[in-house]
Design a protein around this ligand. Structure first.
Ligand SMILES: NC(=O)c1ccc[n+]([C@@H]2O[C@H](COP(=O)([O-])OP(=O)(O)OC[C@H]3O[C@@H](n4cnc5c(N)ncnc54)[C@H](O)[C@@H]3O)[C@@H](O)[C@H]2O)c1
Length: 669
């Protein structure tokens, strides 16, 4: 029992390094009774002899930050993922410690002291006591036990079997009636729930690289779809304007350069621009729109790629482009609108610092400013799209936030958001049909040895598994992996992202496991983003291109989670709200530690296949054209192994006629 609790000794008070970003005050509105409850909840981790001393300190944290983080329990200095052999425990226990530490690295995490990895509010754990306790469990876990994590809280280590997952984790799951941001805020302040985003609480974040490949695919295909750019051409001379150089949004600048285009990304927070600039992820920086306009001209003329950070508000940048009649062919937005009133979106007219100050002082006034800014933002986009720009929502709940701010005309039916919006989401037009419906998604791996050489070997091995002649996706993916090293994408652990489909993922994973078996490379952690074929149900994003009405259901993500547990993946996660905010998605992820064993070969073959095809099956049942094709091929190739139900397709015209007959009003229109 003692092994699994925190020490009786009081840890020293910790200092905060200057220059490391801190999370904003999340607001404090608990009643006196709830405040006592929040303290009681946090003190559950604290040995009796320390409680009198820590209670006032926890209260102070709650009042000054809106949460109890238990800063005293944070290890001093930077946390960095070490090579896997330097941790204690079984290989799987050690591998999971690598992943957790990487999510909290100063270089990787957005607010490392508050355990936020990315996406403004995405936490690995709710507090440092959970971090310490989970580390202990992972060090002592045996290979026939399973650790259960509930919103960062280690519920316990339970006997299971070698074939079961080592960790089953959930984040932020709420009962339907209470599943909304208001209730969530109270429960998070009470210390009983966590917003894990996707790979923050899912322990699978690999830095902004994780999203660069998807952003690269999105930009290239946006060019092909909206601007008729030929499949073998890049985006030279095309201007892409967006916002955000944060955890995921930071990928935009890098991705537009790799796609050959010109990118101007607005960012209000100077420190994030500095981070991305020092990492070589953004080329030029200016707060002067005239200077930026000069660069746009120059790079259009010489047809060379460039990425530019505009230090300022996206609304001001868009209004400037509109006033000066500067054509921006492609426009999007990646402010953290999933947490629009919690600091994720800085309203126009306020600097980043002024926004933070107003949020802490008067959250209602901040809310009003956000709404005004969203109105202006919308107006500028309407003007620019009327002049020929193409805008898409980047899955950050931007259009939903504009709607909530009172702009009903952004909804397709002008009344509610059930029929979508006037502009497409990137999943509807691009990621859904081109990737998810065909099983392509953000497969990734981490070389647990921490060696560059292992990453190089796995890059080459993965490239050998992809036939660039097979289809357009594989041609782009082959190009991506061939130039991955020279694009210097690694931040944190030695990791790689590579979009792949079912057969691609299985082939690459088996190859890697064989390399581990032969001792050519050290162990590898395989995983994926939750933003994938089957992992996430979200009508605002991953399932935005599901049109049979089931876009509002969440069965697929739960089936995916349960199926991956059944197939013995090492880590299996299910969370609420990833990407778009609480109540707006159900999302899950996974991880498999490749140890070179025959058991893991089986987990790969059955687990990865299910993890992809469960989602393709649902997409095909919704009559998505590319998914129908993928399922029919799968059924053909897996005659003995299984079968996916395929829909019959009725004649839509005769159905319309049939229904029109009973609706005379419709008939007369
Ligand atoms: N990259 C992707 O493929 C992808 C996919 C789906 C969803 N998203 C969504 O995109 C959003 C951003 O993710 P993130 O991890 O980068 O979050 P983040 O909070 O780390 O970054 C957002 C950035 O936007 C900046 N910002 C806020 N308001 C601004 C404004 N008005 N003008 C200019 N800059 C402003 C913030 O300072 C911050 O740096 C999230 O809602 C996320 O869920 C991204």
């Amino acid at each position: 029992m003692k092994h699994f609790s925190l020490d009786d000794n009081l840890p020293a008070k910790k200092s905060f390094m200057p220059g490391i970003r801190r999370a904003p005050h999340r607001g404090f509105s608990l009643s006196p009774k709830d405040t006592v409850l929040a303290l009681k909840n946090a003190l559950r981790y604290i040995p009796q002899n320390l409680q009198a001393e820590l209670a006032p300190e926890f209260l102070e944290e709650l009042l000054t930050t809106g949460r109890i983080y238990g800063y005293r329990y944070r290890p001093e200095g930077n946390i960095k993922a070490k090579p896997v052999n330097e941790y204690k425990g079984t290989l799987e226990g050690r591998a999971l410690q690598v992943m957790i530490d990487n999510n909290l690295d100063f270089e990787v995490a957005l607010y490392p002291y508050e355990l936020v990895t990315y996406g403004e509010t995405g936490q690995v754990f709710q507090n440092w006591m959970q971090y310490q306790l989970t580390r202990k469990y992972l060090e002592l876990m045996k290979s026939d036990q399973t650790l259960v994590i509930s919103s960062g809280h280690p519920v316990g280590l339970f006997p299971s079997s070698e074939l079961a997952p080592r960790v089953i984790s959930t984040n932020g799951l709420l009962i339907g009636q209470w599943d909304n941001p208001e209730n969530f805020r109270r429960l998070a302040a009470l210390g009983v729930t966590n917003y894990g985003q996707m790979t923050a609480g899912g322990w699978m974040y690999i830095g902004p690289q994780g999203i660069v490949h998807g952003t690269f695919i999105t930009l290239l295909n946006a060019g092909r779809k909206y601007l008729n750019i030929a499949p073998d051409e890049d985006l030279h001379g095309v201007l892409f304007v967006s916002s955000g150089l944060g955890g995921m949004s930071g990928a935009q600048a890098k991705a537009i350069e790799i796609s050959g285009g010109i990118g101007v990304i607005a960012e209000v927070d100077k420190s994030r621009i500095e981070t991305r600039h020092s990492q070589g992820w953004v080329g030029k920086v200016s707060s002067d729109p005239d200077q930026i306009a000069g660069w746009i001209d120059e790079y259009r003329r010489n047809k060379k790629p460039v990425s530019i950070a505009y230090h300022g508000n996206i609304v001001d940048l868009l209004e400037y482009l509109d006033q000066k009649d500067i054509a921006a062919e492609l426009i999007s937005d990646q402010t953290s609108c999933h947490a629009v009133y919690e600091g994720g979106y800085t309203p126009a007219g306020l600097s980043f610092e002024e926004g933070r100050e107003l949020l802490a002082r008067d959250s209602e006034a901040f809310r009003r400013k956000v709404d005004e800014s969203l109105h202006r933002h919308y107006r500028a986009l309407k003007n620019l799209t009327a002049k020929g720009s193409f805008f898409w929502d980047y899955g950050n709940s931007f259009m939903a936030s504009v709607f909530d701010a009172g702009v009903k005309e952004i909804a397709a039916n002008k009344v509610d958001t059930n029929d979508g919006f006037i502009w497409p989401s990137y999943v509807e037009d691009i990621m859904g049909p081109i990737c998810f419906d065909q099983g392509y998604g953000p497969f990734r791996w981490v070389c647990l040895s921490g060696k560059d050489e292992d990453l190089r070997i796995t890059d080459r091995a993965a490239m050998d598994c992809i036939d660039p002649q097979r289809n357009a996706n594989d041609r782009d993916n082959h190009h991506w992996i061939a130039s991955a090293e020279e694009n210097k994408l690694v931040v944190g652990t030695r990791a790689r992202i590579l979009y792949a489909d079912e057969t691609g993922r299985v082939r690459i994973a088996l190859k890697f496991n064989d390399l581990v078996r032969q001792g050519i490379i050290g162990p590898v952690m395989l995983g994926r983003d939750h933003h994938d074929v089957s992992g996430t149900d979200s009508p605002y994003r991953e399932t935005a291109n599901i049109y049979d009405g089931s876009n509002l259901t969440a069965d697929m993500s739960v089936h995916c989670f349960a199926g991956n547990v059944a197939r013995g993946m090492t880590l299996v996660v299910l969370s609420n709200g990833g990407g778009v905010g609480i109540g707006r998605s159900s999302n899950g992820g996974n991880g498999i530690v490749l140890d070179g064993s025959a058991r893991i070969d089986e987990v790969i073959k059955k687990g990865l296949s299910w993890d992809v095809m469960g989602g393709v099956a649902r997409r095909a049942w919704a009559r998505n054209e590319n998914a129908l094709k993928t399922v029919s091929e799968w059924n053909e190739q897996n005659r003995e192994a299984g079968h996916i139900t395929e829909p019959y397709l009725p004649d839509e015209q005769s159905l319309n006629e049939l229904v029109t007959e009973i609706y005379p009003a419709t008939r007369s229109k």
